[in-house]
Design a protein around this ligand. Structure first.
Ligand code: AMP
Length: 114
């Protein structure tokens, strides 16, 4: 089932888009948890990380990590460091069932996460 992220991909609802390729889109989180909080998503609909298949999706995942590195550089947080997070399912705290990588930075992260 499509989510609000498909509407962002299709420009049906607005988002603060910071990066786009043929396969990947990245935009600022509407409820930021750090000075830099960007969501990096594939344009194809994959609901959960448990739907990932290494053979089929390895290039796509590589592109998502490339996106994270490029955005981190553009946002000036590549050197200071940042955190990349995928939430999966209920216990993982996933709210939107279209996989997304959280890129968080611009402050010192705590560990363990809540
Ligand atoms: P998760 O809990 O990992 O599923 O993360 C979903 C994230 O999507 C949350 O951090 C939300 O703040 C964010 N979010 C939900 N709707 C939007 C939206 N329309 N634009 C940007 N971020 C959104």
């Amino acid at each position: 089932m499509s989510t609000i992220f498909t509407k962002i991909i299709n420009r049906e609802i607005p988002a603060d888009i910071v990066y786009e390729t043929e396969t990947v889109l990245a935009f600022r989180d509407i409820n930021p948890q750090a000075p830099v909080h960007v969501l990096i998503i594939p344009k194809i609909e994959i609901p959960k990380i448990t739907d990932i298949n290494g053979k089929e999706h390895s290039a796509l995942l590589g592109e998502m990590y490339d996106a994270a590195n490029k955005i981190a550089k553009e946002e000036g947080i590549a050197e200071s460091g940042f955190r990349l997070v995928f939430n999966c399912g209920d216990n993982g705290g996933q709210e939107v069932y279209h996989i997304h990588m959280h890129l968080l930075g611009g402050r010192k992260m705590t560990w363990p996460p809540g």
